[in-house]
Design a protein around this ligand. Structure first.
Ligand SMILES: [Zn+2]
Ligand SMILES: [Zn+2]
Length: 242
């Protein structure tokens, strides 16, 4: 489904965009500003993900703009007045095409992992990719999740990686490097283990070959014995002299 929309958007690029950024249209309280990144319509009910604003009694503006002033849907090429995807993501896709296409949202973490993107690719590179915030379903205290439109993330990734195959190749390379580093670490640990085993073996052999070096003998007057102690180990012995 994505491939269809991409094909359509290619065709769209060759056409002249019917509005420019300076072309701003304002309509009283239910303001619809077209041409800026903020395209807002306060009429409730059309935002699928949001709660409908029940207390909003503003009248629905029927066909307030002429076709030339409206953004054009990249899928069906028809101009539209309001669009959830356009409002949230600056993606020119009308609400009826949104229903027929499958638009996946993707978390920032997923986007970075799946398409090998960095934060700056999403937050700094122009045009900045818009996102919606959603409570983390795993734990509300973890903070809001940033959800991006996967279609836009994929497009951004293609600007950087040129094709999806290269991303997969790069993933394999990184995976290989990772397992190589793991193997290296394992061999290093094994080597260290062997070394420590050898040195403990060395300790044992040296202890069996240890020859006491006795210090000066000490005479014990009360039982007429002598005591001598090794100067390099705790060994000491007491003996009699005939
Ligand atoms: Zn459409
Ligand atoms: Zn000794």
């Amino acid at each position: 489904m994505l491939s269809k929309s991409r094909e359509n958007s290619k065709g769209f690029k060759t056409r002249q965009t019917p509005y420019t950024k300076s072309n701003i249209v304002s309509l009283g309280k239910s303001t619809i500003t077209i041409g800026t990144t903020k395209y807002k319509d306060t009429n409730g009910g059309f935002l699928l993900e949001d709660k409908p604003e029940e207390d909003n009694k503003e009248p629905v503006i029927e066909d307030p703009l002429v076709d030339l002033e409206r953004p054009e849907c990249e899928i069906c090429n028809k101009p539209f007045v309001k669009s959830w995807l356009f409002e949230k993501f600056d993606y020119k896709c009308c609400d009826s095409c949104k229903e027929t296409q499958e638009y996946k949202l993707i978390t920032k973490t997923e986007a970075k992992q799946k398409y090998l993107l960095q934060d700056c690719d999403l937050d700094k590179r122009e045009p900045l990719l818009k996102f919606i915030k959603q409570k983390n379903p795993h734990n509300v205290r973890w903070g809001d999740m940033k959800l991006y439109l996967e279609y836009q993330v994929e497009k951004r990734a293609l600007e950087i990686w040129e094709c999806l195959e290269r991303i997969e190749e790069e993933k394999e390379i990184r995976e290989e490097k990772k397992s190589l580093a793991k193997a290296k670490k394992y061999h290093k640990q094994l080597k260290e283990l062997k070394m420590s085993m050898r040195s403990s073996l060395y300790d044992r052999t040296t202890s069996t070959k240890h020859i006491h070096e006795f210090g000066p003998e000490k005479y014990n007057e009360e039982d007429d014995t002598y005591t001598r102690s090794c100067v390099t180990c705790p060994y000491s012995e007491t003996f009699e002299k005939m």
